[in-house]
Design a protein around this ligand. Structure first.
Ligand SMILES: Cc1cc2nc3c(=O)[nH]c(=O)nc-3n(C[C@H](O)[C@H](O)[C@H](O)COP(=O)(O)OP(=O)(O)OC[C@H]3O[C@@H](n4cnc5c(N)ncnc54)[C@H](O)[C@@H]3O)c2cc1C
Ligand code: SF4
Length: 326
C-alpha cells in the first residue's frame, strides 16, 4: 500500500470540506476501500483518506416520524441483530447477515455497502492493469471479454472525464440495495433526500450520484403497514464469502401491491416493473408466480456467457412468490 494522509474529522462539515478537495476519499469500515487501495486499482492514488468513524451519531438506529432511520455508519453485523430492523424490515436484517463474512460484517457499514465500487474483474485487476472506461479510460474490456458476471440488461452509457460517452456493463453489487428499494427507502445525504432508486449512478470511480464532498448520512424506511410480507433471496456460487450473482427482494402489501427489486443483473439495482404490474391487485398462485418470473426478464439482453442469470431470476422470483402465498 502506498502512503496517504489520514483525517479524523469531528463533524460532517469538517469531513465534507476535506472531501471537496481533489484527491480525497471517504472511508467508513474500509472493507472495500482499503482493498482497492492495496491493489492499487485506480488511475490516481488518494492523497487524503477521511475517516467517517470519528464523527459521532452516524451509527444510530431509531424509529422517528413514521420511519425506521438507520445511520450510514451502522454496521452490517449490528443491523442483522437489531431489534427494530428485525421487527420492521426483517429482510434487510437477513441481507445484512448474509453479506461478505462474519468478520467483515462487524466492520462494514451500510453506507459503505451502498457506495462500494464495481466488482468487475477488469476494474479490480491489480495495479490498474485494465484502464477501463469506468476509471476514465477509453474502452470497456468486458464488452468483448469475459462477461459472465456482467449485466443482462445491457450497458450503462455515461459521460467520461473527456466528455465522451462510454459504456459499462459492470453490475451494481451492493447487497442491501434491492431490499431497500423494495422497502421504498429514502437516502439522506448532507445535501438532499432522494428515493433509493435515484441514489445509484454509473460514473467514473463511483456507483452513486454523490457529488464531491457529499456524504450519505441516513437511510429512512417507511414503517410497513400491518400484514405486509417481505422476502429476500440471494444466489451465489460458493456457500460462504461470495457476492451474490443475483439477489432479489419482494414486498407484498395486504392490498396486493408488490415491489420487486433485483440486484446483480444491471449496472444499477432495478425494480422489476413488468412483474410488479402483472402482480398488482392479484392473489398469488403458482401460475402467476411463474408468469411474474418471466415478466421480470422480458426486456433482458444477455450475452452468451451470462444468459444463465435469466433462469436464476425466473426461478428465484417464482419460488419466493410461492412462499408468500396465504
Ligand atoms: C471478501 C469480501 C467479500 C464481500 N462480500 C460481499 C457481499 O457478499 N455482498 C456485498 O454487498 N458486499 C460484499 N463485500 C463488500 C463489503 O460489503 C463492503 O466492503 C462493505 O460493505 C463496505 O462497507 P465499508 O464500511 O467497509 O465501506 P468502505 O470500504 O469504507 O467504503 C466503501 C466506499 O463507500 C464510500 N463511502 C463509505 N461510506 C460513505 C458515506 N457515508 N458517504 C459517502 N461515501 C461513503 C467510500 O468512499 C468507498 O468508496 C465484500 C468485501 C470483501 C472484501
Ligand atoms: S464493465 Fe465497466 S468496470 Fe468492467 S471493464 Fe467494462 S467499463 Fe470497466
Amino acid at each position: 500500500m502506498r502512503p496517504f494522509n489520514h483525517l479524523n474529522p469531528a463533524t460532517l462539515e469538517e469531513a465534507a470540506e476535506a472531501l471537496r478537495q481533489p484527491g480525497s476519499v471517504a472511508m467508513a469500515g474500509g472493507g472495500d476501500l482499503l482493498g482497492a487501495l492495496k491493489d492499487d486499482i485506480a488511475r490516481e492514488y488518494p492523497k487524503l483518506v477521511v475517516n467517517l468513524k470519528s464523527i459521532p451519531g452516524l451509527d444510530r438506529t431509531e424509529v422517528r416520524d413514521g420511519a425506521l432511520c438507520i445511520g450510514a455508519l451502522c454496521l452490517l453485523g449490528d443491523l442483522s441483530r437489531n431489534e427494530l430492523v428485525l421487527q420492521y424490515a426483517p429482510m434487510l436484517a437477513e441481507a445484512a447477515g448474509k453479506c461478505a463474512s462474519p468478520a467483515l460484517r462487524e466492520n462494514s457499514s451500510i453506507g459503505g455497502n451502498l457506495c462500494q465500487l464495481p466488482r468487475c474483474w477488469y476494474f479490480r485487476k491489480l495495479n490498474n492493469r485494465f484502464d477501463c472506461a469506468r476509471k476514465g479510460g477509453e474502452r470497456c474490456f468486458a464488452l468483448s471479454g469475459d462477461n459472465r458476471y456482467h449485466s443482462v440488461f445491457g450497458p450503462a452509457v455515461f459521460e467520461n472525464c473527456d466528455g465522451k460517452k462510454r459504456a459499462c456493463i459492470a453490475v451494481n453489487q451492493a447487497e442491501l440495495a434491492p431490499p431497500l428499494m423494495a422497502l421504498g427507502a429514502e437516502i439522506v445525504t448532507t445535501l438532499r433526500t432522494l428515493p433509493v432508486g435515484e441514489f445509484f449512478g454509473v460514473r467514473v470511480m463511483s456507483t452513486t450520484v454523490l457529488e464531491p464532498g457529499e456524504l450519505l448520512t441516513e437511510i429512512r424506511i417507511p414503517l410497513p403497514e400491518a400484514g405486509t410480507k417481505m422476502r429476500y433471496k440471494r444466489f451465489s456460487f460458493r456457500k460462504s464469502i461470495d457476492f451474490p450473482v443475483v439477489n432479489l427482494a419482494i414486498v407484498k402489501t395486504p392490498e396486493n401491491e408488490y415491489r420487486v427489486a433485483l440486484g446483480g443483473v444491471a449496472p444499477m439495482p432495478i425494480r422489476a416493473e413488468a412483474a410488479e404490474e402483472l402482480l398488482r391487485g392479484k392473489e398469488l398462485t403458482p401460475e402467476l408466480a411463474e408468469a411474474a418470473g418471466r415478466a421480470a426478464v422480458r426486456d433482458a439482453k444477455p450475452t452468451e456467457a451470462n444468459a444463465y442469470k435469466l433462469q436464476l431470476v425466473k426461478t428465484l422470483l417464482k419460488r419466493e412468490l410461492i412462499s408468500m402465498m396465504d
